[in-house]
Ligand binder design. Structure first.
Ligand code: IVH
Length: 677
């Protein structure tokens, strides 16, 4: 008996080890390389299995298990930790002249005529030191004052791009010992940041001024579960062993970081002399808006470690590195008025109308104020002079009042909806003010725009101008009406040529085939974002099944708590919403379960678009094959499309694919790819 039990424990241990290894690898594919090999559902299954085994065998739980990613119990306070080697800051250069001047000092100090530099992105986040012992992450410490920082280990462990351990083979490849330190920046992508603020707006939570503040706030909280929910990233840029750089060149350290499966930027460049550095800075100034995260400058480092050591440090910063800072995208202007915008949930959002001002090359004339609490926090009144910031493509944000206006007057929430005149509801103690009239046209417009948006039904061409007209003319009362509009009705709308009317109807038609997850997300149920919709779609086999689910059943779905469950139940308890589902089904939007049989993951992360008539099967069937192999089908071609499969008489998607240089497949080539021929 005892022997059998021991053997069993051995098997379990082996399975646990294998699961950790697999999860580690798939986290790396997903969070570091952005190239997942398996579906989210398959990943979740592995994680669930590991949790199950660990729950049954608590003695086998280790601090580097991927299960720590979900965040443990909150702590009482932070311990401070002394850095083995101080985490210095960098000197700044605000002009190319200042860079040339620095280069001159570097050349003088080293006696070299031309210096090899590494130029890399200056990530705008929170710097963190990660300490590994025996290949396992043992400590994560904030920069703090540079000498001592806060121990935030449980929090950084929730960041998926932070490896919890590195394997021996990778260490060997990188020629490193198993004890080392990695420094880098914890960041939040713009998308995660915008999503977070939208969510905070809804629940009346703290609004963050920029992704940096949001990331810093998420790391420095006592409850790691909060960190886990904030979708943070970690970018590594410095590697130390015993407080020293072990490589002859910084570029080698960057390569080693990648081998160790850290996320390090791919965009660094080796520059010969300062002129090449300046070109790099210029190039990225033009391109940085397109990055998924924010950079506030370029860090330039002397590549040779020997020269770095020769140059040494001042009390504050290394002499061998400098930060070139892009001009801040901040400007002062006057708040001329504050108006309110009615969102699809009926929530009223105050918006500042600004004296138009140029911020980083873009004219800004509006800025969201999120909610009443934010206006109070800013102490803002109409007529005040304010400092605004435009962070990338994010909607500009008021940072503070710089000078109260002479004739300033306070803003008050209207008592009636500016769109439909119904009374505005405000629950004492809650932040949101709402128009609860289900027929309010503003809500209708917003919900249609959300339904059509790229991550929902992806109906290209259904923008604000068109939706305004469709609603105002009474052609569309709810999203299901979209499926019954006629080409001639659309063609007469302003800004609509015949060709685009045809395209729009094609787009609408194609959207009927969107998978269940997208349709759930498209309904715009409060608190049901893309990820929750995906998880729901993996649990329920149809909209009807979801609509009938009780709170207890909803809470069985991973990541769905009482708040989300209640919101879903409330949504479907509204007869108009029930009716909507029926109407959608009748129109042909009847997505079925994604509890599909997955035959392989060979198309994981790949998006296909079909155009024209296929000879061997319908487009739907071809799409199903893609999905069976883990891929996605989209109705429109973008840079993100991987393949466009072209049948007979292809439409404009074919031209778009050629224009964007997307791989084009004939039907035969597609069949070969899936292995049918
Ligand atoms: S290297 C001794 N590289 O900027 C060299 N720092 O303003 C240490 N930062 O404290 C820093 N991106 O938090 C380095 N690619 C990068 C960086 C970077 C962002 C941060 C870091 C540093 C601050 C200085």
């Amino acid at each position: 008996m005892a022997k059998a039990a021991a053997a069993n424990v051995k098997d379990v241990k082996k399975e646990i080890e294998e699961l950790r290894e697999k999860l580690g690898y798939h986290e790396y594919r997903y969070y570091v390389l952005d190239e997942p090999e398996i579906s989210d559902a398959a990943y979740d299954r592995l994680m669930e299995r590991l949790k199950e085994l660990e729950a049954a065998h608590p003695e086998l739980v280790t601090p580097d298990s991927p299960t720590v990613r979900v965040g443990g119990a909150p702590r009482e306070g932070f311990q401070t930790e002394r850095h083995g080697r101080p985490m210095l800051s960098l000197d700044n250069a605000f002009s190319y002249d200042a860079l040339r001047e620095w280069d001159r000092r570097v050349r003088e100090g080293s006696g070299k005529e031309k210096i090899e530099y590494i130029a890399e992105h200056k990530f705008d986040g929170l710097s963190i030191s990660l300490q590994y012992e025996d290949g396992v992450l043992v400590r994560g410490v904030t920069r703090g004052d540079g000498t001592t920082g806060e121990d935030v280990t449980p929090n950084v462990k929730t960041i998926r791009s932070v490896p919890l351990r590195v394997d021996a083979a990778a260490l060997k490849k990188a020629k490193l010992r198993a004890d080392f330190e990695v420094r880098g920046e914890v960041m939040m992508t713009r998308k995660a940041f915008e999503e977070l603020n939208r969510q905070q707006e809804r629940i009346g939570g703290k609004i963050f001024a920029n992704p940096r503040n949001a990331a810093a706030g998420a790391v420095r909280v006592l409850d790691p579960k909060i960190t886990a929910s904030r979708k943070l990233d970690f970018f590594a840029y410095y590697l130390l062993v015993d407080g020293k750089v072990r490589f002859a060149k910084h570029s080698e350290a960057l390569e080693a970081l990648k081998q160790l499966r850290f996320r390090a930027s791919d965009d660094w460049k080796l520059c010969n002399g300062i002129q090449e550095v300046i070109v790099y800075c210029e190039e990225w100034d033009a391109k940085r808006e397109k990055l998924p995260y924010e950079i506030d400058g370029v860090v330039i480092k002397v590549n040779s470690t020997a020269i770095q050591n020769e140059l040494g440090y001042t009390a504050k910063a290394p002499r061998w590195a400098i930060a070139f800072k892009y001009p801040a995208r901040q400007e002062t202007t006057v708040v001329k008025d504050i108006v309110v915008n009615v969102g699809r949930t009926g929530a009223l959002t105050p918006v500042a109308i600004l004296e138009p001002v140029q911020v980083g090359g873009v004219t800004v004339s509006r800025s969201t104020l999120h909610n009443m609490d934010e206006i109070e926090r800013l102490g803002l009144q109409i007529g005040d002079k304010v400092l605004i910031e435009r962070a990338g493509e994010v909607i500009p944000h008021v940072l503070k009042v710089v000078k109260p206006g002479k004739d300033r007057r306070p803003f008050r929430m209207p008592k009636t909806c500016p769109e439909c005149g119904s009374a505005i509801h405000h629950v004492e103690g809650e932040v949101a003010y709402r128009c609860v009239n289900a027929a309010c046209p503003a809500k209708r417009k917003e919900s249609i725009l959300h339904f059509a948006s790229r991550h929902a039904m992806d109906i290209d061409g259904l923008g604000e101008k068109i939706v305004d007209q469709l609603v105002d003319k009474g052609l569309v009362k709810d999203v299901a009406d979209l499926y019954s509009i006629k080409e001639e009705q659309v063609a007469v709308l302003e800004r609509m040529a015949e060709k685009s009317a045809k395209n729009l109807l094609e787009e609408i038609e194609a959207s009927k085939k969107q998978p269940l997850a997208r349709v759930i997300y498209a309904l715009g149920i409060q608190f049901v974002g893309e990820r929750t919709a995906q998880l729901l779609a993996e649990h329920f086999s149809s909209l009807e099944e979801l609509a009938d689910a009780k709170e207890e059943e909803l809470e069985q779905v991973p990541e769905v708590g009482p708040k989300v469950a209640a919101s879903i139940v409330e949504f479907f308890s509204e007869p108009a919403n029930r009716q909507l589902i029926k109407k959608l089904a009748k129109a042909g939007v009847q997505p079925k379960a994604e509890k599909r049989e997955v035959k392989s993951d060979k198309f994981a992360g790949k998006t296909f678009v079909f155009t024209g008539t296929l000879a061997n099967r319908t487009r739907e069937d071809a799409g199903a094959i893609v999905v069976e192999h883990g891929g996605q089908v989209s109705g429109s071609v973008s840079k993100k499309t991987n393949y466009v499969v072209v049948g007979q008489d292809p439409g404009s998607k074919y031209d778009k694919a050629k224009e964007l240089g997307v791989t084009i497949l004939s039907e035969g080539e597609f069949e070969k790819l899936v292995g049918r021929k």
